[in-house]
Design a binder for this molecule. Sequence first.
Ligand SMILES: Nc1nc2c(c(=O)[nH]1)N[C@H]1C(S)=C(S)[C@@H](COP(=O)(O)OP(=O)(O)OC[C@H]3O[C@@H](n4cnc5c(=O)[nH]c(N)nc54)[C@H](O)[C@@H]3O)O[C@H]1N2
Ligand SMILES: Nc1nc2c(c(=O)[nH]1)N[C@H]1C(S)=C(S)[C@@H](COP(=O)(O)OP(=O)(O)OC[C@H]3O[C@@H](n4cnc5c(=O)[nH]c(N)nc54)[C@H](O)[C@@H]3O)O[C@H]1N2
Ligand SMILES: [Mo]
Length: 725
Amino acid sequence: MKQPKSGGGWPAIRYTLSKSREAGGLLKMWRALRSKNACKTCALGMGGQQGGMVNEEGRFPEVCKKSLQAMTADMQGAIPPTFWKTYSVAQLAKFTPRELESSGRLVTPLRLAPGATHYQPIDWTEALDRVVKKLKTTSANDTFWYFSGRSSNEAGFLLQLFARIYGTNHVNNCSYYCHQASGVGLTSTIGTGTATLLLEDVEHADLIFVIGGNPASNHPRLMTTLMKVRQRGGKVIVINPVVETGLVNFRVPSNLRSLFFGTEIATTYIQPHIGGDLALLTGIAKRLDEIDAYDKSFLDSHCDGSQNWLEQLRTVAWNDILSKSGVDQAQINSIAEIYAQAKNVVFSWTMGITHHEHGVQNVQAIANLALMRGMVGRPNAGLLPIRGHSNVQGIGSVGVTPQLKDAIFQRLEQHFNINLPTTPGLDTLGCIEACHDNKMQFGFCLGGNLFGSNPDSKFAEAALSKLSTLVFLNTTLNTGHTRGLGKETLLLPVLARDEEPESTTQESMFNYLRLSDGGPQRLAGPKSELEIIGSIAEGVLGQNGPLDWMSLRHTSTLRTAIAKVIPGYESIAEIGQTKKEFQISGRTFHQPQFATKTGRARLHTHELPPLRGGTDELRLMTVRSEGQFNTVVYEEQDLYRGQQHRNVILLHPDDIHRLGLKPDAKVTVKSCAGELPDIVVRNFSQIRAGNALMYYPEANVLVPRSIDAQSRTPAFKGTLISISK
Ligand SMILES: Nc1nc2c(c(=O)[nH]1)N[C@H]1C(S)=C(S)[C@@H](COP(=O)(O)OP(=O)(O)OC[C@H]3O[C@@H](n4cnc5c(=O)[nH]c(N)nc54)[C@H](O)[C@@H]3O)O[C@H]1N2
Ligand SMILES: Nc1nc2c(c(=O)[nH]1)N[C@H]1C(S)=C(S)[C@@H](COP(=O)(O)OP(=O)(O)OC[C@H]3O[C@@H](n4cnc5c(=O)[nH]c(N)nc54)[C@H](O)[C@@H]3O)O[C@H]1N2
Ligand SMILES: [Mo]
């Protein structure tokens, strides 16, 4: 397969047309995309009350392939009842993620009875009764509650509230495998865990750092912003061990000039080794200090710990920085100079930063570099973790975390006049490990694919199989429904966001609260997440308990509570009537007054971690292709990296030669966690030699359960592998 020279463009438009045909015509798709619902894919935040395909600047049309794919998936027909008789679970386990997803929408509750070979359709009364009975006879701390980031704030809030009143804090979400290191790192620095700026600020920057992310494929609409920055003469520095095609040149479909001629994106492209960022960021800061290009008065007036930090910078040896980052002195000096000359600088980052054992330190190092020139706490500059799922940030805001923030804990108790448990709650990996230790009986997954997203697939499968009951609320089938199942498994079909009977809300990565109107139910059978959660809560805790679960399942009641309980969310109470979307307060820093106790930001010092890997071992990153959304694979090919299928390992030609391998030959890839046979070696000169690339989720067989000590984010990008013929 030939690799394109730019991302986006005509293939994206052709794709739109073909997906529209699948969904029953262009008009039908157009209506679906223009409905007043926040976009379902990434957290950039599109749609809401201005109608779909409109960004926070009110710009239209903003559309990406991923929203089309997600929309087409939701617009599929129902999985026919014969399907469940035809295929056993063992057969379904052989389906590819793509085959599972395109089997159709889940429309009936399903049960896999203990020892059974097939899922069996059951009615809603039986399904909910079974969940309720099981919960009534299980001790609360033997249950866990996992949330993906697609569900609404209202559903997230209600389910965590129920789980806690039921008696456990084992409540967590997919962020623990994603941006948790950003949340922890930012909070340790500025006192809050999300972006410090608005979309508008990014568009007015004259320098943007894009570190460890591939927005051309994963946040395509950010490309419009990068294009605008470039067109206004601004610069973009990309830091990534892989030269990603779309970050070099991108054809923004909504801009004619860009569509025809392409827009150059990166002005500077730096390729460190995987895991080399901390050393590189430290090096850039050291150079700024050497050329005296930092803002001493900002550090003195608004930051703590800067003296210590500067002293440490001065003692780190350049040799250490160069060898551990894999970047040479000239390049580091050049980035420092570009940064020194820029006036408004935005630092953005994604999974290449967080998916490491030093993920939090990476984030702190980015913040250090920004603070060093006073780039946080003013307009047109700041820190931007580019978030994943469309509502992953909201789910976290409304309390879907093992430990509630003190303010939320107190206000929840007060508002509902209840006592909440104070027992420790486990995060996502903690729950999987507890399953493996036989400490869990019951698991409840609101969306997502817990099995598929886990490191160490073999371990995750064994762990989840020990559960006595596992309950899923999903729209479509995924690998988590065929492997790693509980002794009894229940699959409950839910409505998608744009089919909800009542309006719901989502939070974008710019801390903007969006309202989705919902819409007509496409297929008979699925229920709204709120109705399911409400019924279960009522069944388990009874009408005589402290809360009226019947009324709580309405989004208006929930929003009244959220407004009282969640800091910054005060304006959510009236949003159902006023339809006024809003900026969540206390998150955007246009003044150097931070959310820490002292109001000052804190700089952190770090030891540089050794560069891992030796002559026979390569560093492996596990990443997304252009044709997937997390564990849901829509297309086998990776258009941008020129790969026909996913069963590959991408290696630099020097490594192929050095290791005595042949392009397109089959090899076995091994790590300390497992091995994958029959992987095809692909010649990929765009990756920095010494490093390798494979696709997630398949490669999770190889990823060990190594985590960042501070945030417990798994090191999905830091696996050491060896390759044998
Ligand atoms: N199309 C599509 N869009 C998505 C998703 C999807 O699956 N498909 N998923 C959504 C979710 S939940 C998330 S979290 C985001 C993920 O968005 P990304 O973080 O962009 O996704 P990854 O594929 O994990 O890519 C990581 C990038 O980091 C680079 N990288 C790997 N290791 C390192 C390193 O050590 N240092 C540096 N500097 N770079 C490194 C890789 O080369 C790759 O370009 O996307 C969201 N949007
Ligand atoms: N090796 C490796 N592993 C990784 C990563 C990596 O880069 N490398 N990335 C990690 C990251 S960043 C993340 S975020 C996790 C992703 O982890 P998850 O969020 O758990 O996984 P997804 O694949 O996004 O979940 C997809 C499923 O969500 C369901 N769904 C879709 N819409 C809705 C809805 O509206 N409601 C409900 N209830 N269900 C819905 C569909 O049934 C679909 O099958 O994986 C992590 N795992
Ligand atoms: Mo993510």
